[in-house]
Structures are given as C-alpha cells and as structure tokens.
Design a protein around this ligand. Sequence first.
Ligand code: PAF
Length: 269
Amino acid sequence: MKVLRGIDEWRRFRATSTGSLGFVPTLGGLHEGHAALIQRAAAENDLAVVSLFLNPTQFDDPGDLASYPASLGDDLAYAEAQGAGAVLAPNREAIYADGFRFKVEESPLSRELCGAHRPGHFSGVLTVVLKLLNLVKPDRAYFGEKDYQQLELIRGMAQAFFIEAEIVACPTVRDADGLALSSRNARLDAAGRALAPRLREALSVPASDGRVADTLAGLGFEVDYVATRFGRRLAAASIGNGEARVRLIDNIPLAQVRASGGESGEVPA
Ligand code: PAF
C-alpha cells in the first residue's frame, strides 16, 4: 500500500494510476464501519484510496477535536488489511494553505438538524470533501448512511458543482446490540456503552418524534433532536457530562419503524 503525505506527491501518484478509483474519505480512527466502505471500494474499483485527515474545520467543539481517537500507525495498518491500495494522509497546512479563506456554504439544510447544534460543522465537512474530491478525482466516493444529513449534503454539493464522481451510500454498520459504529464510541464509559444502544431501539418505536425524544430524555440522554426527514427517522443525543460527554447520531428508514410493530397510530408521516 502506498502512503502519500504531500499534495505534490499525491498528484504524481494519481497521474500514474490507471483504471477505476474508489475513494473513502475518513477522519481516521478507523473501525468496522470504515472497513465495509474500504472493502466495497476495493471490490468495485481497480484501486481503493483512503484519506486520513482529521479535519479541524468541521469540529465546533475543540475538546471533541482534541479527544478524537485517531492513530496514524493503527489506521494505516487497518486500511491496508481492508484492501486499500493507497492512503492520502496530508497535514493541515497542506489542505488549508488558504487558511480556510474559501469555504463551501449551503442553506437551509446545513443549518438544520445537526447543523442547528453544531454551527459551521457542515461548511467544514463540505469544504474538505470538495478539496479531497478535487485532489483524488475518484470514479466513486463512498459514504456511510449513519451520517445521513452529511450524505444528503454531499450528494447535493456534487450535483451543484458538477462533480463527476458517483456518490455511493453504504448501509450503517452496527454492533450486535444495534449501536451504530462510530469512532466516538471508544470514548463511552461502561454505563454510557450500556445506554447507547437504546438510541437505535427508541428510534424504531412507532411513536411520534416527540414521544421518542421524551423516551430518550427519560433514559438519561440529552436530546438535540428527533426528526423525520428523507424517509427516515433521525436523532442526535448525548450521554454523560463535561469531558465524558459523547454525542451520538443515528437514523433508520421509516420502513423499519413501521415494520417494528408496537404502538399504533403515531407513526411519523
Ligand atoms: O464522515 C466523516 O468521517 C467526515 O465528515 C468526512 C466525510 C471524512 C469529512 O471530513
């Protein structure tokens, strides 16, 4: 597996690579959710490329950025084991040589749901994804459905800016108890880890979004929102306080809410 740290080095490598390229952008902290994306990129393309870039502009909370569990050595070994043929791991100065003077802004969706609770977050995400797509020039780029609002925004941006890469949505990977895999799960303490799967469980109950939010609050979550959009029910909620606070997001298709049975008459529209 090739590891490329500099932009010029990457460009030289890209110029020589032939065949189709599947791209998996990541913040690092790779887990089985990323493994599914990398394996799919490797299966559907001649070359799978992973980027490891802990993008500072999408972190509205400096504590969250500082405690993000990414280790370059571990991530490189993990990406290679999943079938990556190359990794792009640039530094912040290389990606933000402009000092973040130029950025992608979207509205209204980027200001809603997670965007209402994380000011500037999606501008940071869209800006870095556009930069990476321009550098990597993939045929296909793979994103997880766990970050569904992010996926919708990236799809919209790709269309708006005539990006030729196909944006491929991949199903959420879950632990056996239903918890959606996330790098931040590593920061949950034992009590938090025991509570976390209840988020997915509550989302599946065919009650109104308000009732689901009340249920989660009753269980001890601090709820940012429960909402029905894009034919799915989405939620963001935190567990714990202060430094130990971990924010989780999840979503499931409405078909799964309806299929799960239980109370009637309050299924979201
Ligand atoms: O979903 C992520 O891991 C990040 O938001 C992404 C798409 C790699 C951009 O930094």
